[in-house]
Design a protein around this ligand. Structure first.
Ligand code: GRF
Length: 219
């Protein structure tokens, strides 16, 4: 089996990176991580990669006069590592249209809301403020606009009245760790087709469970 080579871009903790590392450790998983790149030297995710024996690089955005120079350096590092799919995993820089368009449909992101709701860096605070009963996460193909692009996989989680940003983030994060490896597997197996602004996944398991919050049986 030829495994799809991933390049994972991070800025911090790297728990989604860890979910991908764990998935790739399964010999049946159709992808492998070729390189992990951080724009921050102190990103904890770099240690996760090093512990797993994965090559890492730091490309500080502060070393570049503008976003174009930074993105060109990222692009060069990814291509030198033979990357075929770029996975943004808590990467806190907005990429330039030149970079995004250069990777076509081969760049994906995970966002902690049910897109297109609650784009941006404060998804959990915004979801709580809006009073939604259900939030979740989204893995999507990246387009130049922030948190935009064809949706691959979403998971829903309940939002409770007593939730804080932290408790909601922790609940959503558990769902993220399932969704990201699942979406990357579908791409690596060639099961994703892009149709305009939609992604169609062939042979996606049908899931009849639905989440209703508050539960209908409660008064
Ligand atoms: C995740 O919630 C992800 O959805 C968002 O940033 C967070 C990164 O967490 N884009 P981690 O670094 O993967 O732990």
């Amino acid at each position: 089996m030829t495994r799809l080579k991933l390049g994972v871009l991070i800025s911090g903790r790297g728990s989604n990176l860890q979910a991908l590392i764990d998935a790739c450790q399964d010999s049946d998983y159709p992808a492998e991580i070729a390189i992990v790149i951080s724009n921050k030297t102190e990103a904890a995710g770099l240690e996760r990669a090093q512990r797993a024996g994965i090559d890492t690089a730091v490309v500080p955005h502060t070393d570049h006069a503008d976003r174009y120079g930074f993105d060109a350096a990222l692009d060069a590092a990814l291509r030198a590592a033979g990357v075929k799919l770029v996975c943004l995993a808590g990467f806190m820089r907005l990429l330039t249209p030149a970079f995004v368009n250069g990777w076509g449909n081969n760049i994906v992101n995970i966002h902690p809301s049910l897109l297109p709701a609650f784009k941006g860096a404060h998804a959990h605070a915004d979801a709580i403020a809006a009073g939604v009963r259900i939030s979740g996460c989204t893995v999507h193909i990246v387009r130049p606009e922030m948190d935009d692009g064809p949706i691959l996989v979403q998971a829903a989680v309940p939002v409770f009245g007593e939730d804080t940003e932290e408790t909601l983030a922790a609940r959503v994060l558990r769902a993220e760790h399932c969704c990201y490896p699942y979406a990357v597997r579908a791409i690596a197996e060639g099961r994703v087709r892009i149709d305009g602004s939609r992604a169609i996944i062939a042979e996606a398991a049908s899931e009849e469970a639905c989440l209703i919050n508050p539960a209908t049986k409660q008064r």
